[in-house]
Design a protein around this ligand. Structure first.
Ligand SMILES: NC(=O)NCCC[C@H](N)C(=O)O
Length: 395
């Protein structure tokens, strides 16, 4: 994987399931959803998204299926049990009860607990009294659900032929790392895959990682990815020869702009669609390795200038959506700038962003529209909901 726009061959998606049914008006903010999705419709929308991709010759890998098969390996099963049980929350006794129960279930049931979590009333019965059971509401979570698995972009990201497993910032998403770790470590398709950035030390989320061109990676730094995360990933990709330049791009720390891909995505080898209000303010620090082998950091300078230089092109074009500020803000919130390229000049976008899509088409970009009324309630668009695994090279 060397770009954002090379013909897409294989992609990891997560068909949402029972974890979305855990969302209530009391927990949706903490679980990072803006409303309560209608789950059946969300699944229909997701199936249609997958079909659009298959229709373009893309192999669609579904995370729940991969997780179930990975857990067939007894070592993965043991690691899955370990990842599900939080001794600090349950206390040693209840943790042991849950551990021995989960050790006895099959990989389908364990995968379900890892994704959809478990409430105290769903815990297996046990001998004797438990203060922890008594003092928690029966519908409190003994194992938290992971509704944001839907956004496979963030939990792992491929750079060249290596996969980086994210270190997610928000408490509601941290356990996703363990799920992806199991899949990449134990699924037969991936267990040989080399890892990029194995440290898990500083926060990195895939929505902030953008492969601008072969050898050039932009990393958003904001609410989710920290400067320390961007620097660690940069050092790691330089050490592994996966890139020659990294651009660290500060983005506003707000929910609307939680990742770089909420304000900007690539729609062609030399073109991006960008939230108009970010266009003039976006800057970048340029990171590279000096002749002495030490890290260098230049800038900041305007993002478009730094990007064109690093990509070795005259200009990185911004598709002029020319939207009035209110429409721009509405469509940015609904992920109008969060497109997934399936080939140079061909992108998937939410149909609701009528004006952004029209302007993209006027600029010669083909837009494959999908419905996202329910999927979008988690605040993520087609790019957020996809983790490209293989793209053809651009050369
Ligand atoms: N790359 C992205 O912008 N992903 C969207 C993530 C949405 C999710 N509800 C979150 O807040 O993390």
């Amino acid at each position: 994987m060397e770009s954002e726009v090379g013909p897409l061959r294989s992609v990891l998606l997560h068909r949402p399931g029972a974890e979305l049914k855990r969302l209530t008006p009391r927990n949706n903010d903490q679980l990072l959803f803006d409303s309560i999705p209608w789950v059946d419709r969300a699944q229909e929308e997701h199936d249609a998204f997958a079909e659009v991709l298959r229709g373009r010759g893309v192999e669609v890998l579904l995370l729940p299926e991969l997780l179930r098969s990975a857990l067939d390996d007894p070592r993965a099963h043991a690691a899955g049990v370990h990842a599900a049980v939080d001794d600090r929350r349950l206390g040693a006794e209840l943790a042991d009860v849950l551990r021995s129960h989960l050790s006895s279930v099959d990989s389908v049931a364990l995968a379900e607990v890892l994704m959809a979590g478990m409430t105290f009333e769903e815990l297996p019965a046990a001998e004797g009294a438990s203060l922890v059971r008594k003092m928690n509401h029966p519908r409190d979570f003994a194992v938290d659900p992971l509704p944001n698995l839907l956004f496979t972009r963030d939990s792992s990201a491929w750079i060249a032929d290596r996969v980086a497993i994210s270190s997610l910032t928000m408490p509601a998403r941290r356990r996703e790392t363990a799920v992806l770790d199991l899949v990449y470590a134990y699924h037969p398709r991936f267990r040989q895959a080399a890892r990029a950035y194995g440290a898990h030390s500083a926060p990195i989320e895939g929505g902030d990682v953008m492969l601008l061109a072969p050898g050039v990676v932009a990393i958003g730094v904001g609410e989710r990815t920290s400067a320390a995360g961007a620097e660690s990933l940069a050092r790691s990709v330089f050490a592994d020869n996966l890139a020659h330049t990294v651009l660290a791009v500060p983005i506003e720390q707000s929910r609307a702009t939680m990742h770089l891909d909420t304000v900007c995505t690539m729609v062609n080898t030399d073109a991006v669609v960008m939230y108009p209000l970010a266009r003039d303010s976006l800057v970048a620090y340029t990171l590279y390795t000096g002749d002495d082998g030490a890290l260098r950091v230049d800038g900041p300078e305007p993002f478009l200038t730094a990007a064109a230089k690093a990509m070795d092109i005259d200009r990185l074009r911004v598709i002029d959506t020319g939207l009035d500020p209110v429409t721009a803000e509405r469509e940015q919130w609904d992920d109008g700038n969060n497109t997934l390229a399936v080939a140079p000049g061909v992108v998937v976008g939410y149909e609701r962003n009528v004006e952004t899509n029209e302007r993209l088409e006027a600029a010669g970009i083909e837009v494959l529209r999908i419905a996202g009324s329910e999927l979008g309630s988690g605040r993520g668009g087609p790019r957020c909901m996809s983790c490209p695994v293989v793209r053809d090279s651009l050369r």
